[in-house]
Structure formats: C-alpha cells, structure tokens
Design a protein around this ligand. Sequence first.
Ligand SMILES: [Zn+2]
Length: 282
Amino acid sequence: MPTACPSCGSRLQRPGEEVVWRCENASCPARLRRSLQHFASRRAMNIEGLGEAIVDVLLERGLVGDVADLYGLTAGALSELVVEPRESRSGRARPRKLGKVGENLARELEGSKGADLWRLVHALGIRHVGERGAQALAAAFGHMEALAEASLEQLQGVPDIGPVVAGAVRTFFDEPHNRALVARLAAAGLNLGRRDAATGPAAPAGTLAGRTFVLTGTLSAMTREQAQAAIEARGGKVTSSVTRKTAGLIVGADPGSKVEKARALGVPQLDERAFLELIIEG
Ligand SMILES: [Zn+2]
C-alpha cells in the first residue's frame, strides 16, 4: 500500500470508495503540466498566450515549478524565450524568440492578478471543483483563506456543494504544498477575495513593511528562498540572526539554536502554518 507520492513525496490520498491513490499536491511534477494548462485556461485564469507550446518550454527550461512561478517571469525573460514550432510544414520554420508575444503574455499575467476569486478557486485544480462549484464556493466564503479554513460541515452548507466536493476541498487544503502555493500566490499580488470576508484583513503589499524575520529549520512546503521572497513581497526583510528587533522567528522542522535565542529575547515564534497565514492574511 503506497503512502507517499513517488514523484514529490506528498502523502497520497484515497478519497471515499475510489480505487486509485492520488497525489493532491497541485505542484507535483507528475501533474504540473496539466496544472499549468488548466490554470491558464479560458474558464480559469484566462491567460491568453500561455498555450501548450510555451508551457512545455517553461517546463523544459525549469523556469516554473508551480503556477505561482508564472508571476515571477518578466517581460524581458518571456520575450527572450525560444520556442520551437510544433510542426514545420515548409521544413524551413526555425525556433524563434517570443519577442512581442512574450511581452503580451507578461501583460496578460499581470492582468490576471486581479481576476475574480472564483477564477482562482477554479484554477487551482481542486478535484471535483468545476467552474460552477468554484463560483458557489467563492460567493459563500468571499476569501481564499476562509475557504481554506472551512470545515466539512461549513462546505456542505453551501448550495450545490455535496459531500464529495466538500471532501475534495478539505483534502486539497490539508496538503501543505497547496497551502504554501496559495501563500505564494498571495505574495505575488493575486486577488484572494474581499478583505472583510477573510478571517483577518487581506494583506496589502506593504503589510510586513519595517518588520524583520529570521528563518530556522526546514519548511515542509516552501524553500527558504520562496519564504524569503514571500516576506519581501510584503515589504518585510529576512536576516540571519535573531535580535531584540526581530519581529518573528519562523520555525520549521529541525530548528537550530535560534529558537533558544528567540525565547531568551522574547521574540515571537511562528510555525509553518502561522507563517502561511501571516503571508495570506497579513
Ligand atoms: Zn506528487
């Protein structure tokens, strides 16, 4: 009986009576290509210009490891991207740079940050959650974090949401990689919903301005670089040593002696979950 995904190490899930064990990590390398295509599709984030050929090149070059990485691609990098024509009918078509097409794609990505919440809910690729389901969930909860925290009972209380969909939503947000993905999308500036609908106010760009954080140990769903980028996107800073001025110590698995130092200095400690909430909600 398998317990971990051979591709990404996430805990495998077998919902209900289904025969197949599934990896629920939307960023799992084994499903990333489809995740990206679905994310960009017309009824999801509607990112024109992010077709199969470009998705394939981004993956081949290792430029994206999850859908949040799309928002780190600059117009410059995209216009320099070399894409091979699918078929060269004339036999003369040669690989060429995206140029203007790449610049347009960068604009499309920027524009998609403000898409309605239901589009992002749909785009995440939660099993059994189609366009209608995403619209019902977004209308009911109003904010991604409220949806991510919702209990099975609360989910089933939404019109048109039955036990299968409710279970799939819970399973999705119980996977740490997916929570980290949402935090990174929040840090990239995507619309996560109405501020008044969140359990706290939605974090605007400068929520962590003037606050310095220190990381220790390993986070399960984010690299240290991604965590640092998420803090910096919110206007905060990351340093290597704990002082009285440190706003918080983010504590992953196998932390070092910084935990003792933070305790001695009275610096607040945040576990991974609290850190993700800080990034998403501010
Ligand atoms: Zn996996």
